[in-house]
Design a protein around this ligand. Structure first.
Ligand code: ATP
Ligand code: MG
Length: 251
């Protein structure tokens, strides 16, 4: 059974006049994979992610999680968000507490943990993300890459089964990227699912075990990297073919 299934999902933002962000979006997402989600700017990747933990609801169509339609009641969403955690494209959408410590402890406290348990989760996540030295800093005073790592720590502190990160690596230096990839690999080895939106196509070959291509509001491909690279029609239709050649030359 797929972890998530999107059936004919259409989503149009309230003020969106051109084509909907997602239109007839059909996709089955397998569990336990390291998934790279690629596609051009404006293709609908972030909008697709916002559906994963019910932050937005399809105008038409249906999203299923573990075989059941998403439950958009308050209780249903709380349960879903304990399992599925999202790191937003813009960390400023995620960080809202005064200090880094408070920000990371928000999720665990919200799950009903005691102060002591939440503190342990914060320290564990901070160690993983190399941000222990930032815990007492105000979140607004962090650099872009530091904000990204704090946002990830806030999500890891909840121990989610599914981690969906929107362009998390983009603002990180090479050391930060390596570190985060290590964290993802540890998560993956525990049987968890990682989805990562990325413009770094090298990750398709060197990191991902599964690839999703979003193109003009539709899921154009979902499968193994080798199958994507061997699918001339999809590679041409999505314009990936030229980009791929370039990515491989610069590797
Ligand atoms: N809040 C919003 N209101 C109106 N339109 C929006 C909003 N957010 C996104 N859109 C539009 O929806 C479409 C899909 O946007 P989305 O952010 O999902 O793309 P994306 O693939 O994540 O792009 P990028 O690579 O630039 O992050 C775009 O045309 C965008 O302009
Ligand atoms: Mg985006």
């Amino acid at each position: 059974m797929s972890l998530f299934t999107f059936s004919a999902v259409t989503y149009r933002y309230p003020n969106q006049t051109q084509r909907p962000a997602l239109h007839d979006f059909n996709l089955a997402i397998p569990g336990g994979e390291k998934i790279a989600v690629v596609g051009r700017n404006g293709s609908g990747k972030s909008t697709f992610f916002l559906h994963l933990n019910g932050l937005i609801k399809p105008r038409q169509g249906e999203v299923r999680f573990q075989g059941r339609p998403l439950d958009y009641s308050r209780k249903g969403l709380t349960a879903l968000r304990q399992q599925v955690a999202l790191v937003f494209q813009n960390p400023d959408d995620q960080l809202f507490s005064a200090s880094v410590f408070q920000d990371i402890s928000f999720g665990p406290l919200n799950l009903g943990m005691s102060d002591a348990e939440a503190r342990e989760r914060v320290l564990e996540a901070a160690a993983l993300c190399d941000i222990e030295h930032l815990l007492e800093q105000p979140t607004h005073a962090l650099s872009g890459g530091e904000k990204a790592r704090v946002a990830l720590a806030g999500v890891l502190a909840m121990h989610p089964d599914i981690l969906a990160a929107d362009e998390l690596l983009a603002s990180l230096d090479p050391w930060g990227r390596l570190k985060i990839r290590e964290i993802f690999d540890v998560y993956h080895a525990q049987g968890k699912t990682i989805l990562l939106i990325t413009h770094d196509l090298g990750l398709i070959k060197h990191w991902a075990t599964w690839v999703i291509v979003v193109h003009e509001g539709k899921a154009a491909f979902s499968g193994r990297a080798d199958d994507l690279l061997g699918d001339e029609a999809i590679m041409n239709e999505t314009g990936l073919v030229q980009i791929w050649r370039q990515a491989m030359q610069s590797c």
